[in-house]
Design a protein around this ligand. Sequence first.
Ligand SMILES: Nc1ncnc2c1ncn2[C@@H]1O[C@H](COP(=O)(O)OP(=O)(O)O)[C@@H](O)[C@H]1O
Ligand SMILES: O=P(O)(O)OC[C@H](O)CO
Length: 493
Amino acid sequence: MSFVLALDQGTTSSRALLFDGEGAVRSVAQKEFAQHFPRPGWVEHDAREIWETQLATAREALAAAGARPRDVAAVGITNQRETTVLWDRATGEPLAPAIVWQDRRTAGLCEELRTRGLGPLFQERTGLVLDAYFSGTKLKWLLDEIPGARARAERGELAFGTIDAWLAWNLTGRHVTDPSNASRTLLFDIHRNRWDEELLGILDIPAAVLPAVADSSGPLGTIRPELFGGPLTLAGMAGDQQAATFGQACLEPGMAKNTYGTGCFMLMNTGDRPVLSRNRLLSTTLWKVGDRLDYALEGSVFMAGAAVQWLRDGLGIIATSAEVEPLARSVPDSGGVFHVPAFTGLGAPWWDPAARGAFFGLTRGSHKGHLARAVLESIAYQTADLLTAMEADSGIRLRELRVDGGASRNDLLMQFQADVLGVTVVRPRVTETTALGAAYLAGLAVGFWDTPEQLARNWRPEARFEPTLDATERSARLDRWHRAVARAKDWAD
Ligand SMILES: Nc1ncnc2c1ncn2[C@@H]1O[C@H](COP(=O)(O)OP(=O)(O)O)[C@@H](O)[C@H]1O
Ligand SMILES: O=P(O)(O)OC[C@H](O)CO
């Protein structure tokens, strides 16, 4: 047994990576899939396409390394979280397109629940805020809108799952999720680590539709032999941000990572108890590994690297995302231009679904270099707001921030990040931390690796970015950023 296979099902692509015993990547395969925007604020995926691209990449990654099923000790799943699938248990067919985490269609429903004064109950029980981001109201919407769906769900004919459960079902035939994914549904009591009947009642969701909740690292099922020409063991499962926290070896309370992908997700390990946020962050389950049930404070930002994609695809001022760095370096500063990337509203700590994207401070001298720089800076400013809230909630002053994700390759952004945080930013050698975390969870379950602490010793820094701005300049810039945010809020009808 030489490898562990990680299936990394992201918002824009499905990937499969084969890791060896040293935690090194031995092969990678990736396939993008279609994003559907049928109405303003709606974002959908075809769940079948997600499964097919995931299966194809897994086969490709195995073939590329010449690996047979008997060479693979275990398989781990990590996934875009909250995205909601409802399928027929008899046929395995989804009843509707998957509703993606970015989808805002249930913002009105969340508003109604908040007006009924239910925000504190949901926050205390689930660690989450009542926002359209999470699965609960998406599932309610499907059960309300698809004729006969609720009655069929009550009879046990339908299955709900986030993407981890959808993939596990297709791989093994078992209907199972893990606590890190369950903790993103608004239906899960994170303290007791189980589905919550009262919340299910409020959202009118029959318990029969829910998956079983298994440990993040442990036996999750045998993968059907016909898929890969022999049986494989599914043994790890975690939402992508929690998996990245594991892959970054943030195993001790107070350690934090930030992932710069489509959005930005900063998680700080708070140990074996959830910290209830007073600053509109989320408390979320990190993982259940053996006896350890660990939690994090999380700040979720909806647009980060996606704003760079918009410069590429929406404005056409760069041909690839990487080109944003030389373009931004073509000017010494943003020339007073500020960008607020509220294209799909604002996530933590603002939670404003009606905010919209904006540029401020444009003058006749502004050009595309300034726009590029302002977009990169907006990613760092959003992260700074998360850190301020996180330090206030946890009482911990962060010493260093571990970073990963596509946009963490951008040195200009990372330096600016260290500057506006006043904290050292550290990028590890292996930036495939999400997939690595899923591989670790799976490998630990089957004895391919021994302990999480042993794996933590594999973590090595590749680059460090030290803060250079003085405190006065830093707070002047943050003030200006907050003025821009205030103007972008509450814009859409
Ligand atoms: N050099 C770069 N500078 C800034 N953003 C980048 C750079 N390279 C990639 N990105 C952004 O990173 C994102 C892709 O990162 P990835 O971690 O693969 O995201 P996801 O898992 O959300 O699909 C894209 O939004 C892309 O625009
Ligand atoms: O697919 P990513 O990397 O953009 O991650 C999405 C998050 O899990 C959403 O909560």
